[in-house]
Design a protein around this ligand. Structure first.
Ligand code: GLC
Length: 738
């Protein structure tokens, strides 16, 4: 049963339409009952359903808690993300939810952001590709996705007011592409605008972002919904392109909107546009074909287990892993008994069940558990002594460390990257015992590992692994499955090495993204700075070789049909099956703007049997070589010598091939501030200028002089006394050649 949107718009009163663009309660659109328009129901969250049973952020209905995005992203596996999206869709459908408020794709500009656990990566291609897969899976079940938080919401500090000052180039190349990819490839029913300001304008009232970019550049046809409480001026927001305010704020928004329309201060067309989009959303929800696969908690738990297995990143291993079958294990750390498997805030799921490593490992190995520390961070020597005793009586120690809930959650940012002091003290005591130690981390964003890495014989970054994380961890530690995750964010040696470090979270009221496009590995590589573990890194229980790289080019950038087919041959050189994430980066040619040394432009996760080789094909197009030109307001490929690089991670790219691109330079029109060098480069205009000089007065500037004066605006130079060229000459030629 659907309805005719235009017909409804015609029949609806101004009050009806005003109610449509303002929510009803906390989780619904308003609908128009007398015209047969039902409400649409929304619910969090990105990695598990949170259908509130009472007060906001209170108890919610049981649902499968999958690994949050920080974990899912580490799988580098779009097919897995699609399956998680489908499972989310089935659970949403079973609870009568029409739209799930996720995925969140904000870029991890700093590891300190308290909400990084809900986000995918420091790289927009990885984030966008994986989020698109999840959204696609969700919508395949007839339930809408709502990609969030659009845009540049990269910190929790002062998130509802802070003015993010960032160049358009950094927005286009870093902070927007993940949204762009989800919009263009998954067509989410909704886009949620963020709380913050962007270059001085509240995002909820920013026509450039919500209309020019989202609808003009990306042709988005869904609903733009506010983050909850992000609207300040409902009328301004409506004009900017914000179709739906959530939640319903007591009394005034819809009344206010109706009044300004009735008073003629706001055209009814603007209101109708927003209302029509909400009606179209309603029609989607009403017409949605829900395959009706019942939500199967046991099957979803198994999927959560697989997702956790694929999300874990083995960062170091001297051979102690997989654990020897008969080894006596000292399992140390409260996280083994009280697992931290998700983050705090609006994404928090009431998990259908939670596996604990203290149970799952003991079920298959000889384990002696010792909590080792208090989650409160309060020192407790007795706990340390107990843990040391357990280590002394065992063959190997598995130390479960990480960040407690209090240190990272929606609503606050961290101020440092260290593990809690009590855990570092415990690790040092355990190391003194002399038994091999496997450190397993539970954290939502990178922590500092360099100071204690030498105390670990193996290190697994488990991130936040969802409700089945305790089971997956036992699977991985015991070698039943291999950890096949790869880092989706750089682990720096120290916080201060991050390009954003001096400008996070900024100063009262504003944060300046001074690092521009140099975020994450883009910045570390540009600064040639060492890292603890690079973007894309991860080990497994087998080994791989990168044997061959073939690059085939067709078309050209100028003819807008450039296609670069990249083929990488990879072989499993170990003695057990395993997964490898083949990564392809483009090494950027020197350009007229500063560019990162390399950028991820393609990846593929493959599972190979021992000895098996596979040719992995990754297609690149012109965008893979482009940067956003603010001068030209578009994507630009410049001529130069690029490098196609392939390998296991951003700092290990054994295969490389140069690729020369010749792009006819687009004439940038001269203008009143054009420099001497720009004038001399424009032969036609320069000759026209020289023609205006007396015989023999032609200007010739040797290279060494041009290097010094070439950057000066010619017209200002022409106004100096006794110059052979006058401002009038410049203006005359500008008139004909500008
Ligand atoms: C929150 C979050 C957003 C969430 C919404 C509804 O403040 O920023 O991600 O979907 O409110 O709970």
């Amino acid at each position: 049963m659907s309805f005719d949107v235009d017909d409804i718009i015609t029949q609806a009163t101004t009050e009806d339409l005003a109610r449509l663009v303002c929510g009803d309660g906390t989780w619904h659109t308003s609908g128009i009952e007398r015209l047969g328009v039902p409400r649409v129901r929304m619910a969090d969250g990105p990695h598990g359903l949170r259908v509130e049973l009472g007060a906001s952020l209170g108890e919610s209905a049981p649902a499968t808690c999958f690994p949050p995005a920080v974990g899912l992203a580490s799988s580098w596996n779009p097919a897995l993300l699609k399956r998680v999206g489908q499972a989310l869709g089935r659970e949403a459908s079973a609870q009568g939810v029409d739209v799930v408020l996720g995925p969140g794709v904000n870029i991890k500009r700093s590891p300190l952001c308290g909400r990084n656990f809900e986000y995918f990566s420091e790289d927009p291609l990885l984030a966008g590709t994986l989020a698109s897969a999840l959204a696609y899976g969700l919508q395949a079940e007839g339930v809408g996705a709502c990609v969030k938080h659009f845009a540049a919401n990269n910190q929790e500090t002062d998130r509802m007011r802070v003015d993010v000052q960032v160049s358009e180039r950094a927005l286009r190349e870093i902070y927007l592409p993940a949204f762009e990819k989800v919009v263009l490839s998954a067509h989410p029913w909704m886009v949620m605008c963020s709380y913050n300001r962007l270059n001085g304008t509240l995002v909820s009232q920013d026509p450039w972002l919500l209309t020019d970019v989202l609808r003009g550049d990306w042709d988005y046809d869904g609903v733009v919904v506010s983050d909850w409480g992000a609207v300040f001026d409902r009328v301004e927001a409506l004009v900017a392109g914000l179709d739906l305010e959530m939640p319903h704020v007591l009394g005034n928004s819809d009344v206010e909107v109706a009044e300004v329309v009735e008073a003629g201060q706001l055209s009814r067309e603007v209101l109708e546009l927003g209302a029509a989009r909400v009606l179209a959303l309603t029609e989607r929800a009403v017409d949605a074909v829900r395959p009706g696969h019942a939500a199967d908690p046991a099957a979803h738990h198994q999927l959560a287990r697989e997702a956790a297995q694929e999300s874990m990143v083995l960062l170091a291993n001297d051979g102690v892993l997989p654990l020897a079958p008969r080894a006596k294990i000292a399992l140390v750390g409260e996280f083994a008994r009280t697992p931290r498997f998700q983050g705090g805030g609006s994404s928090r799921v009431n998990a259908t069940r939670v596996d604990r490593l203290v149970d799952t490992l003991a079920a298959r190995r000889r384990v002696r558990f010792a909590p080792g520390f208090l989650l409160s961070g309060k020192a407790d020597d007795a706990l340390v002594d107990e843990a040391v005793a357990a280590a002394e009586a065992s063959d190997v120690v598995v130390a479960c460390l990480g960040l407690p809930d209090s240190e990272e959650t929606e609503g606050l940012d961290r101020t440092h990257l260290r593990l809690p002091e009590v855990q570092l003290a415990l690790l040092a005591e355990l190391a003194a015992v002399g038994k091999p130690i496997v450190v397993v981390l539970s954290n939502g964003s990178a922590v500092e590992v360099a100071p204690w890495l030498d105390q670990a014989n193996a290190l697994i970054e488990g991130w936040l692994a969802g409700q089945a994380g305790g089971l997956a961890l036992a699977d991985v530690l015991g070698g039943d499955v291999e950890p096949s995750g790869r880092l989706a964010e750089t682990i720096a040696v120290r916080l201060g090495d991050h390009p954003s470090a001096l400008m996070f979270p900024g100063e009262p009221g504003r944060v300046v993204y001074g690092e521009g496009v140099f975020v994450g590995y883009r910045g570390f590589d540009a600064a040639d700075r060492e890292v603890a573990f690079p973007f894309g890194f991860g080990l497994g229980y087998t080994t791989f070789s990168y044997d061959r790289l073939v690059v085939k080019v067709t078309g050209t950038p100028a003819s807008r049909d450039l296609r670069v087919a990249v083929q990488v041959t990879v072989t499993n050189t170990g003695d057990r099956a395993g997964c490898e994430v083949v990564q392809v980066y483009v090494g950027n040619a020197p350009a007229t703007v500063p560019r990162p040394p390399r950028e991820l432009r393609g990846f593929s996760k493959v599972r190979l049997e021992p000895g098996e080789s596979r040719v992995v094909s990754l297609p690149l197009d012109a965008r893979a070589f482009s940067f956003w030109s603010e001068a030209q307001g578009r994507w630009v490929v410049e001529s130069g010598l690029f490098t196609i690089e392939a390998g296991p991670n951003s700092r290990d790219l054994p295969l490389a091939q140069e690729l020369k691109l010749d792009v006819p330079a687009r004439r940038v029109p001269l203008h009143v501030e054009s420099t001497i060098a720009e004038w001399m480069a424009d032969t036609e205009a320069w000759e026209a200028l020289m023609a205006r000089l007396p015989e023999g007065a032609r200007i010739e500037l040797p290279e060494e002089v041009l290097a010094v004066v070439g950057g000066q605006p010619l017209r200002r130079f022409a106004k100096f006394p006794d110059m052979p060229i006058t401002a009038a000459d410049v203006d005359a030629v500008l008139a004909s050649h500008g």
